[in-house]
Design a protein around this ligand. Structure first.
Ligand SMILES: Nc1ncnc2c1ncn2[C@@H]1O[C@H](COP(=O)(O)OP(=O)(O)O)[C@@H](O)[C@H]1O
Ligand SMILES: O=C(CO)[C@@H](O)[C@@H](O)COP(=O)(O)O
Length: 591
């Protein structure tokens, strides 16, 4: 279990601070009267805990735990059995391990007295689904189901339910379901209902044994408090809860008679509002975390939406892009509109009183990780190590040396499918223009640029739908890549502001904890006091932007050609891949 610490405080550490861990003590006396909150961000690859001062959002200490089982997308760890294409699973115990390790470590790094902590807030990737018994026990923890893939957590980027999403969308369009426009006209295979329908039809025994189909954002709050409370954010964006209702029994039964009661029996449950307390920290969770039993625990939230107040970006037109493994774009508006291909719009989905819009790109950092892990020759890793740089930064610096367009390449950022604006996870990646002299760093740069072109497609969809984007703010792990940020500014032709925190989502969770602990009246007020933003850190370079406009025109042609039906080759390739894997031809067959 690998936990990394960061002591960001300038406080004199008392005996409680484990000097043997190598923490340096600095001559500044701790504020013994201050109140603190803890924010815990459950990302795709790791969980991060941050200790935050209630009065001003100062971050005193943080710690990260990489999930021991990571993302299971090729084999099931418990058995070694191969998983089909497009699967992505996780082990829920990994999330509890974050509570048991990263939280105590963050408290130690902050050198505060845990008794000064008044609340804890969490945020999670979504839609990450946990099938549970009535008491919240995940099905994979039952010995009889440990070898069943459907018993495990389906991570947000589990894309094997695309055929189920297609059926949901076709039927909803045919029946003119009123909720469909709230999702840009298409429900994603990544969301609750497509995944639930896949579970029913591929493992009905598990489906029938399951009592609750729980967002991980709510499951972790359940572990902290002993109470199951659904959060209003995922209920709306991922659970098709609109105007106080889920899709009807009649609609669900038309998909599959056995699915008619899915919303009533497996999904529906008490819904808590963002910033409210879901409950208080249980005695067991207090032992895990080192936090005081009985402190407020905020209703769960999503890693993207929770970040908007942390960036002081909750006003209409301020689009916050949480850029990590994926990118989520979230933005408030006082207008309710249908934005083609958005992920969803929820009244109060980000902060109360405004319509919260979400769009997204399922693959961003994931695409760069795929390239690093499979396409980069060893000499680049050796050179990066010699230069004392991460491979990402080394490749970025190499790529940045060339003028815009010098690589002669264009790429489609669909290696993890397309979440917005096409909502199709049967699409796949593409790099066009390679020659015998194309270099590794040139392809890396084309992939960086492709994700920015994808973001521009989303921004232009909002602008064209009467929900204009007036400011672009970046949070998440990718903001550390300055060249990537400048590229986004050039391609979007917008200034890029950045959240002044390396743990934006965790800071957002901490803000919600402060509201749940009644330190602030609401999330807006808490964000104003505790959030942090660096305005207009990057501004467009006109010369680069002009060349990028020409590349974006090519991107749009490829986007529509491969993504809107002119050529279904990407769908055919994935179908062929599934057939080949299902009935492998080894060449040893007898005539
Ligand atoms: N300097 C970098 N440039 C580009 N991509 C990076 C860089 N550093 C990390 N990444 C990518 O960012 C992703 C991790 O993002 P992060 O926000 O830390 O995690 P999460 O998505 O779990 O919240 C990984 O996919 C990794 O490949
Ligand atoms: O889909 C959402 C939010 O709606 C994200 O949780 C999901 O894309 C995962 O985000 P990360 O890339 O892990 O930060």
């Amino acid at each position: 279990m690998f936990v990394t610490y960061q002591n960001t405080s300038h406080f004199f550490c008392f005996a409680s601070c484990p000097r043997d861990k190598g923490f340096t003590t600095l001559n500044a006396r701790p504020d013994l009267t201050a109140e603190y909150v803890v924010g815990i961000d459950f990302g795709t690859l790791s969980g991060r805990a941050v200790v935050v001062r209630v009065s001003d959002g100062a971050e005193l200490g943080s710690a990260t735990l990489d999930y021991p089982h990571g993302v299971m997308d090729t084999t099931l760890a418990a058995t070694g059995a191969a998983l089909p294409p497009e699967w992505a699973l996780q082990v829920p115990q990994d999330y509890v391990d974050v509570l048991k390790s990263a939280v105590p470590a963050a408290l130690a790094a902050a050198c505060i007295d845990p008794a000064q902590v008044i609340g804890v807030g969490t945020d999670f990737t979504a839609c990450t689904m946990v099938p549970t018994l009535a008491d919240g026990t995940p099905l994979n923890e039952l010995p009889e189901y440990a070898d069943r893939p459907h018993a495990y957590v389906k991570l947000w980027r589990h894309h094997a339910a695309q055929p189920h999403a297609d059926r949901i969308n076709d039927l909803a369009f045919e029946r003119d379901e009123t909720w469909l426009p709230r999702y840009g006209g298409l429900i994603s295979s990544e969301w609750e209902f497509a995944k639930g329908l896949q579970l029913l039809e591929e493992d009905p025994e598990l489906y029938n044994r399951m009592e609750h189909w729980v967002e991980a954002a709510d499951w972790i709050v359940w572990q902290l408090t002993g109470r199951y409370v659904r959060n209003a954010c995922t209920a709306g964006y991922k659970g098709i809860f609109q105007n106080g209702a889920y899709p009807t029994e009649d609609f669900l039964g038309a998909l599959n008679p056995a699915f008619a009661q899915f919303a009533n029996d497996k999904v529906a449950h008490e819904i808590g509002q963002l910033g409210d307390a879901a409950g208080t920290l249980s005695a067991e969770a207090a032992l895990w975390t080192g936090l005081p039993e009985g402190i407020a625990v905020a209703v769960g939230n999503v890693d993207a939406h929770v970040t908007a107040p942390a960036a002081q970006a909750v006003e209409p037109g301020q689009m916050v892009a949480i850029m990590g493994t994926s990118t989520c774009q979230v933005m408030n508006s006082d207008q309710l509109a249908e934005v083609p291909g958005m992920c969803g719009v929820v009244d109060g989905g980000i902060v109360s009183g405004l319509y919260g819009y979400e769009a997204g790109q399922s693959g961003v950092g994931d695409i760069f990780a795929w390239f690093i892990n499979t396409q980069v020759p060893p000499r680049y890793f050796e050179a990066a190590e010699h230069a004392g740089q991460s491979i990402h930064q080394y490749l970025t610096d190499l790529a940045a040396r060339a003028p815009v367009g010098a690589h002669g390449l264009i790429a489609l950022d669909w290696h993890s499918g397309n979440r917005s604006v096409l909502v199709d996870h049967e699409l796949s990646g593409l790099v066009l223009g390679t020659t015998l002299t194309t270099r590794t760093e040139e392809i890396y740069r084309a992939l960086l640029e492709a994700t920015a072109f994808g973001a521009r497609s989303i921004v232009e969809s909002f602008n064209a739908s009467g929900v204009p984007v007036t400011e672009f703010i970046v949070a998440g792990g990718l903001l550390k890549n300055a060249f990537l940020m400048q590229t986004y500014s050039d391609i979007l032709r917008l200034p890029i502001s950045t959240i002044a925190s390396e743990q934006g989502p965790a800071l957002g969770a901490a803000i919600h904890a402060a509201v749940a602990a009644n330190a602030y009246a609401d999330v807006r007020a808490a964000g104003q006091a505790m959030g942090k933003l660096n305005k207009n850190v990057y501004t467009p370079n006109e010369r680069s932007a002009g060349v990028y406009d020409r590349l974006f025109a090519e991107y749009e042609l490829l986007h529509d050609y491969f993504g809107r039906g002119a050529n279904e080759v990407m769908h055919r390739l994935k179908a062929l891949k599934r057939e080949a894997i299902a009935a492998p031809i080894t060449g040893k067959e007898t005539a």
